[in-house]
Design a protein around this ligand. Structure first.
Ligand code: BG6
Ligand code: MG
Length: 217
């Protein structure tokens, strides 16, 4: 029995939201916009472009296209400076166990992330070789909640969408997985991810038996 297991990156494998927050906050400060952690929560799973559009809207600011582009690359430079310091200690609890269980069961594993920095991050935490395919923000034209990223991730491992299982921490990501006709597993709070097929607070709550039941059904 073969299923396709697709993992989101940010908030599922590593907690990078804190680094995105620091970088966006720095940028917002330069524009005299007060950017809060609650607002940062709403940027989870949201593309880089869309995130800046939202921050500008919250701060009632309009800027030229040139400045917009300049701020986008500045934000990423700042973000990359935090990423450069990452190591294996930042992998979220029990992610390696679940990856190992899947590997032991010969299940294909794909990454389906909105980030254009996914490969750099996987390198930093030494998890690149755990993935049979990596699909990220460089490979798509439509951002989550569009299902494109997950459909490509499924195709790359030769598994039909309806045989894929997606691990996601964001509202947009769960919506994308559902739209792709995949089983969605929300990692986070039921209050936020109630539209997922299953929801767990984190991977420590996902047993090997549960993983095996996903493979068999
Ligand atoms: C998502 C993050 O995974 O990737 C978002 O949750 C981020 O916060 C998006 O904006 C794009 O990432 P990047 O690394 O290309 O700016
Ligand atoms: Mg995420």
């Amino acid at each position: 029995n073969k299923k396709g297991f697709i993992f989101d990156l940010d908030g599922v494998i590593v907690d990078t939201a804190k680094y995105h927050f620091l970088a966006w906050q720095q940028l917002a400060k330069g524009l005299d916009i007060n950017f809060t952690e609650e607002e940062n929560e709403q940027l989870k799973g949201v593309s880089r472009v869309r995130s800046l559009e939202k921050i500008l809207a919250w701060g009632n600011k309009t800027i030229s296209q040139d400045l917009f582009n300049e701020l986008m690359s500045k934000k990423n430079e700042e973000y990359l400076s935090y990423i450069a310091e990452m190591d294996e200690s930042e992998i979220l609890p029990d992610v390696p166990r679940v990856l190992n269980t899947l590997k032991a069961q010969n299940q294909p594993i794909s990454l389906g992330s909105a980030s254009k920095n996914a490969r750099i991050i996987l390198d930093r935490v030494h998890l690149k070789s755990s993935f049979d395919a990596i699909v990220d923000g460089n490979d798509v034209t439509k951002a989550k909640p569009d299902p494109e990223v997950f459909l490509i991730a499924a195709k790359e491992i030769n598994i039909k969408p309806e045989d894929c299982i997606v691990f996601e921490d964001s509202v947009a990501g769960v919506t994308a997985a559902n739209a792709a006709n995949m089983i969605s597993i929300g990692i986070g709070s039921k209050d936020v991810l109630g539209h997922a097929t299953y929801v767990f607070n984190d991977f420590t709550e996902i047993s090997d038996d549960f993983i095996k039941s996903l493979i068999e059904n």
